[in-house]
Design a protein around this ligand. Structure first.
Ligand code: SAM
Length: 244
């Protein structure tokens, strides 16, 4: 089954109950109904801000926006945010008060070149399994970004540190089972494929492009008060397209 169909199914499964929160930092947050604290959301957006410098952005693309909850928080009267996603059902429940959405594939974006000053691509390449598609999508993100603009590719699972992820997931599962036992049967429904990355894969891909980039630890998707806000078993790539 194609990724698009998996996400359409997921959207239909979660639609009535969660609306735009169809993917809220981690699938478990959504399924478990674990209240996602403002503290967690603020910490995430501080992390995004550190990469994209949001106050300088006027036109943001939320690439692979899902239910669009991040687009809603990024858009404002001064800043346009456009969400794009391949799964129509994911987009259907997006609020679109502060953002607009388009159904399209990251590998063939329906935008003119250099129209966005920043691109957020969060929790998306984690599900890309085909290296040719990864390359095409990165080329497209670079194409639609203006010179000097930034792209944040967030939450890439680090192949060499997957044990750290397994341990964190187990700890989170214990927390959920203890605090939200009534939701246990919905946990781990709708398995979605995950791609583990070597950091070198991204270096070889980006070294040949007209851009600079930094690699940094990801925001902790299982963040709760008392937990670290970043983790080294996932990494983010912050790309800056070369100036003209
Ligand atoms: C894990 S969800 C993340 C959603 C959102 N970025 C967030 O963090 O809440 C991944 C999203 O990427 C979308 N996606 C996957 N492959 C895509 C592609 N080739 N083009 C556009 N969207 C894609 C999926 O449909 C899904 O909605």
């Amino acid at each position: 089954m194609q990724l698009k169909d998996l996400f359409n199914q997921w959207a239909l499964f979660t639609a009535g109950r969660y609306r735009s929160n169809q993917w809220l930092l981690s699938k478990w947050d959504t399924l478990d109904g674990v209240p996602v604290s403002e503290e967690k959301i603020s910490a995430l957006f501080a992390h995004v801000d550190g990469a994209l410098d949001l106050k300088s952005c006027r036109r943001i693309l939320d690439a692979g926006c899902g239910g669009g909850w991040m687009s809603e928080r990024l858009g404002s009267s001064e800043r346009q945010c456009v969400g794009v996603d391949i799964a129509f059902e994911m987009l259907r429940n997006s609020e679109r008060k502060n953002s607009s959405v388009v159904c399209a594939d990251l590998c063939a974006l329906p935008f003119q070149p250099e129209v966005f000053d920043a691109v957020l691509c969060y929790f998306v390449f984690i599900n890309f399994l085909n290296p040719a598609e990864i390359r095409r999508a990165v080329d497209e993100l670079l194409r639609v970004t203006e010179p000097g603009g930034r792209i944040l590719i967030g939450q890439l699972p680090d192949k060499s540190r997957s044990e750290g992820y397994d341990a964190a997931k187990e700890e989170y599962r214990r927390f959920c089972n203890e605090h939200f036992p009534h939701l246990r049967e919905t946990r781990d429904q709708h398995p979605i494929p995950i791609q583990l990355y070597e950091r070198g894969f991204w270096a070889s891909l980006l070294d040949e492009k007209d851009c600079s980039y930094k690699v940094r630890d990801s925001f902790n998707p299982f963040f709760r008060p008392g937990q670290p806000s970043t983790v080294n078993w996932r990494f983010d790539i912050v790309i800056q397209k070369a100036d003209r």
